[in-house]
Design a protein around this ligand. Structure first.
Ligand SMILES: Cc1ncc(COP(=O)(O)O)c(C=O)c1O
Length: 386
């Protein structure tokens, strides 16, 4: 392909090994794909009905660039109800997916050659999105010790920041490790952000996927209204709406016009009728969220039991998300191992190298599938490991 016709930055974009592996396994017969991050449940009917109704009522026209006021209001009520946080409507911006929220956040603050300090391992798209802005990413890895939870060395994070640092990028709960930043760590980091004038960009897409709590801590709980904080969120995971492409961004009120301007030039705002479905998701979705978590939790028990019984597998039971992140003795190259799993047993998993420099021997498995499918996948994995 004659890449030289495109922008230099596009030519320099690193390959996405997760997407490569998905394509690699795509057409293989009898493939079990646990490489992508989504639950197997379809969107619940009450959400679909609300969107259908909106379409039938003619809500098929252009809408406000930052989203329907009714949904922006519903999100403020959601934060009040679930997080006990006051977040006025003018700090909530509806976007056509969490991914779009991420792009709006990053393109609104990053200039060429700015530095972004990212806590890794991290969802690869965030690194790609930083690259497209022509900023540079500095990776600060979480630490793992066998059998212990992932942890962050706060001093290491602070030391990685320089006068060029424009933002600190965090995914909490983390895709792929399930690590959850504590409220205390958030408070410390928010103070640091205030002192240095550095933005915090917090991807909180998995904030409702905790197994023992109603929600994960949010930076919104420790922030002041004018703090340099952007949070990214999505309807994809907790409300089973991946195909709807709907999310939201929160920021300080002074960001509203900036985000509106960029969104206007980008896609002129999210679809109209899907937002009316999303209002129902927030109003009536709590039972569904809990039911999904119950299913995922049973699967997590299955994985934990089977991985614990296998001395070649190293992992930590995640407190949140639907990912198991693990490494296997003797398999140091995750891309090679991912291809081997597809070739030898028809199992597709995401290779750790997609998530950062320090986890190239790790693998990510999405366990939000039926228990049967999960057991079959684990049988196949063990077959290759033995
Ligand atoms: C951390 C994180 N942020 C954002 C997204 C994307 O969400 P959406 O489907 O709303 O684009 C994902 C999807 O896997 C994710 O893992």
């Amino acid at each position: 392909m004659p890449l030289h016709h495109f922008r230099q930055i596009i030519q320099d974009l690193p390959a996405n090994p997760g997407a490569e592996i998905l394509r690699y396994g795509w057409r293989k017969p009898d493939i079990i794909s646990l490489g992508q991050g989504e639950g197997c449940a379809s969107t619940p009917n009450f959400i679909i009905k609300a969107a259908n109704q909106a379409m039938l009522e003619g809500k098929t026209h252009y809408g406000p660039v930052l989203g329907q006021p009714a949904l922006r209001q519903e999100i403020t009520e959601y934060y009040q109800r679930i997080f006990d946080v006051d977040l006025p409507q003018n700090r909530v911006f509806i976007t056509g997916s969490g991914t779009t929220a991420m792009h709006l956040a990053l393109t609104s603050i990053l200039d060429k050659d700015d530095e972004v300090v990212a806590i890794t391992p991290i969802w690869k798209n965030l690194l790609g999105a930083v690259k497209i802005t022509q900023a540079r990413t500095i990776q600060v890895p979480l630490h793992y010790e066998d059998g212990k939870e992932w942890s962050l060395d706060m001093d290491q994070l602070f030391d990685a920041c320089t006068s060029k640092t424009k933002a600190i990028l965090i995914v909490t709960p983390s895709n792929p490790t399930g690590w959850v930043m504590s409220k205390e760590e958030m408070r410390t980091l928010m103070n640091f952000s205030r002192e240095k004038g550095i933005w915090i960009v917090s991807d909180e897409v998995y904030s409702r996927t905790l197994y023992n709590e109603l929600h994960a801590p949010s930076f919104l709980e420790v922030a002041e209204p004018e703090d340099l904080l952007l949070t990214i969120n999505s309807f994809s995971k907790s409300w089973a709406m991946t195909g709807w492409r709907l999310g939201w961004l929160t920021g300080p009120a002074f960001a509203e016009n900036v985000i509106r301007d960029i969104a206007l030039y980008d896609n002129m705002g999210p679809p109209t009728f899907t937002q009316l479905g999303a209002i129902s998701a927030l109003r009536e979705g709590e039972t569904f969220i809990q039911e999904q978590l119950n299913d995922w939790s049973r699967n997590l028990d299955v994985i934990t039991e089977r991985f614990d019984a296998n001395s070649k597998i190293h992992t930590y039971r995640p407190p949140a998300t639907f990912y198991s992140f693990f490494k296997v003795d003797g398999e140091d190259d995750s891309l090679k191992f991912a291809k081997k799993l597809i070739d030898e047993t028809g199992l597709s998993l995401a290779p750790g190298c997609a998530f950062g420099n320090d986890v190239k021997s790790w693998m990510r498995l999405c366990f939000a599938v039926s228990e049967n499918k999960l057991n079959e996948a684990l049988d196949r994995l063990e077959e290759v490991i033995e």
